[in-house]
Design a protein around this ligand. Structure first.
Ligand code: GLA
Length: 394
């Protein structure tokens, strides 16, 4: 069954391509509940896929050409699969940013030896763009699904997520970790995912039954995110190099417990020390949060979320005053047990855990407070943990 939104998309598809789609694919965004910026430090994370997603209708093209229509932006682009390095469309115009994601995925899949079909595809998304809920990873994963389904091959889930990550690292130029693509591929309904990036093992954990996940989009656009993000990653690598003088066996900040780190941190320059402090403690917080979840202890879980936010604000320095305001206000509203920024930071969204009974009131109060302070309407909505990406023939 195709739902109402997809019927719209189907109509648009007919209109643009004058043909029926063969395939429907969807890939969700994600919210990271805890474990921020630790994925590129071989750490552990606690995300969930959410019920906001990219949906794609597609069919094979007889030529090795991709015609893609971005419904939300009302933009169409055509490019050749034989010429992806150019990052230009058939008229020689540089790709708009959104086209880098599917094209990057195509490039990586080709490098892996897959003979990709040209496609005609129309897509739309309910994930707010650029707000830290992984709209780009969902786009990558959605198109990876399309090529895999049309080509009749299937990759292991983690490998597929890694292909999409590689597309973002090498083609788009953001040195992201595996968190976003993993969550979009592997999401499990009603569960949070505990993912260990060092050994790529993961498990789905039932989330607190009476707690609602509330997202608040500050509407602060994240500027310079990729350059700042890449810088943070380099700083972590520098920290490892410096610490290897004392402990040559470490490969990443994951290899140090907070206590071991405390023994050597004084030898690090201040900025590097602050960044590394966040990473080492954030990894420890994720382990503590898993234990809190297993003991149904939402107070401790929430306290770890606040601690994560303060560390992202003070040590990792990726927060924004509007996000800090949202977290402080959330803390003061009854029923909220944890709040922090989610994703890379620098703007975008906060994630909050709130009791189900009090979530309506919470959303209202937070909306009022934010409006009063900034005269900007935040977008506040609750999300459910959802299933990872999928496709079906239609
Ligand atoms: C972005 C990146 C992820 C991760 C988060 C921060 O979403 O794409 O890989 O590093 O930031 O946790």
């Amino acid at each position: 069954m195709i739902d109402k939104v997809d019927w719209n998309l189907t109509e648009i598809f007919y209109e643009i391509f004058q043909a029926k789609p063969e395939l429907y694919a969807r890939a969700p965004g994600r919210v990271n509940i805890l474990g921020e910026h630790v994925d590129y430090n071989q750490g552990v994370v606690l995300p969930m896929a959410i019920d906001r997603e990219v949906t794609i209708l597609a069919r094979k093209n007889t030529q090795p050409i991709c015609r893609l229509f971005a419904v939300d932006l009302n933009e169409e682009i055509e490019f050749s699969l034989r010429d992806l390095d150019q990052k230009k469309d058939l008229n020689g115009k540089p790709f708009p940013r959104w086209a880098l994601y599917p094209a990057g995925v195509a490039k990586v899949l080709q490098q892996k030896g897959y003979d990709l079909d040209g496609i005609e595809a129309a897509f739309q998304s309910t994930i707010p763009i650029g707000s830290g809920l992984s709209s780009s990873a969902a786009l990558e994963v959605g198109f990876a699904m399309v090529w895999s389904a049309l080509g009749g091959w299937k990759e292991d889930s983690i490998r597929l997520a890694q292909d999409c990550q590689q597309a973002e690292n090498e083609y788009v130029g953001v040195s992201c970790g595996l968190l976003d693509q993993f969550s979009s591929v592997c999401g499990v309904r009603d569960h949070v995912l505990f993912f260990d990036i060092r050994n790529l093992e993961w498990q789905a954990l039932k989330f607190f039954e009476n707690m609602q996940i509330v997202i608040v989009d500050s509407k602060v656009e994240r500027s310079l995110t990729s350059s700042q993000y890449n810088q943070r990653r380099e700083t972590c690598e520098q920290a490892v190099k410096l610490l290897q003088k004392f402990k040559p066996e470490i490969e990443s900040l994951r290899d140090l417990s907070p206590i071991e780190f405390a023994a050597y941190s004084e030898y690090l320059p201040e900025e590097i020390r602050k960044r590394a402090t966040h990473i080492v403690k954030e990894i420890a917080r994720v382990f503590s949060a898993v234990s809190a979840l297993q003991h149904s202890d939402f107070r401790s879980f929430g306290a770890l979320m606040y601690a994560s936010h303060y560390s992202l604000r003070d040590d990792y320095e990726v927060s924004h005053p509007n996000l800090d305001y949202l977290v402080d206000q959330a803390h003061a509203i009854p029923g909220c047990f944890g709040a922090k920024l989610t994703g890379a930071g620098f703007g975008g969204c906060t994630v909050n855990i709130v009791t189900q009974e009090q979530s309506e009131q919470f959303m209202k109060k937070l909306h009022q407070a934010y409006w009063r302070k900034y005269k900007v309407e935040p977008s506040i909505f609750s999300v459910q943990a959802s299933q990872g990406a999928s496709w079906r023939r239609i």
